[in-house]
Design a protein around this ligand. Structure first.
Ligand SMILES: C[S@@+](CC[C@H](N)C(=O)[O-])C[C@H]1O[C@@H](n2cnc3c(N)ncnc32)[C@H](O)[C@@H]1O
Length: 217
């Protein structure tokens, strides 16, 4: 694992800590991937063959997206995460599932590490861009590395998600190493992806909070 420095990484370590990772892992083991993640995985499988594919799971958390795609026959995965607790939980789950030898773990801010990360057939950003200040940089770097598809889950652009994020950020600003949350404009996300030559293949709202968008090359 590489070291993660800078204010983004301090915030990831502070918010996405060991107890959060434990709870998420327990939830994944009991219930499987979240509803929006399941929709993302289905959209990926409908768009491209997963068997033998390489994966890049950016901000993978406990690794639901790459665990499921590895189970579906993907060849290998790289999991880049700014939280060492989440990376450790993802690795533990990979060991339990018997595919740890097919996953590479990188600790750090993907935007800083992108230059050392190889392109992959399938790239995922599942509920990640909502906690990163520079969405165009993050999405642009992810899109450049997507050889076949790029899948995103992020908050719906609605008054209630903006109001919720505003309230959360009010409390976050009071904390040391605070992590701010963002609701991005869909047109701006599409533009950041489009600069790398990918086009939209699938989009769907999931409940009142999330949306899934899948882009193909
Ligand atoms: C809300 S969690 C989502 C985890 C998982 N993808 C899921 O959907 O369950 C966001 C994760 O993204 C990571 N993250 C956010 N921005 C990142 C970045 N620029 N580079 C690496 N990891 C990032 C955080 O550390 C955290 O583990």
């Amino acid at each position: 694992m590489k070291c993660c420095a800078g204010s983004n990484c301090r915030a990831f370590e502070s918010v996405f800590n060991a107890s959060y990772a434990e709870d998420d892992l327990e939830d994944y083991r009991k219930h499987g991937p979240a509803r929006a993640t399941r929709m993302l995985l289905q959209a990926i499988q409908d768009a491209t063959p997963v068997a033998g594919a390489t994966l890049l799971d950016i901000g993978g958390g406990v690794g639901a997206a790459h665990h499921e795609l590895l189970k579906a026959g993907a060849r290998s995965a790289v999991d880049v995460d700014g939280s060492s607790a989440f990376l450790a939980a993802a690795r533990r789950e990979a060991e339990r599932l018997g595919h740890a030898d097919r996953v590479t773990y990188l600790h750090g801010d993907f935007v800083a590490l992108a230059g050392e990360v190889a392109p992959a057939d399938i790239v995922t950003l599942d509920r990640v861009i909502c906690c990163y200040p520079d969405m165009p940089e993050l999405v642009g770097a992810a899109a450049e590395r997507a050889q076949r598809v790029l899948g995103l889950v992020f908050p719906r652009d609605a008054w209630w998600t903006r109001a919720g994020v505003w309230c959360v950020n009010l409390f976050e600003r009071l904390r040391r190493d605070s992590l701010l949350f963002y609701v991005h404009r869909v047109a701006e996300v599409d533009a950041a992806v489009g600069r790398s030559g990918l086009s939209l293949r699938f989009h769907r709202r999931v409940g009142i909070l999330w949306q899934v968008r899948l882009y193909v090359r």
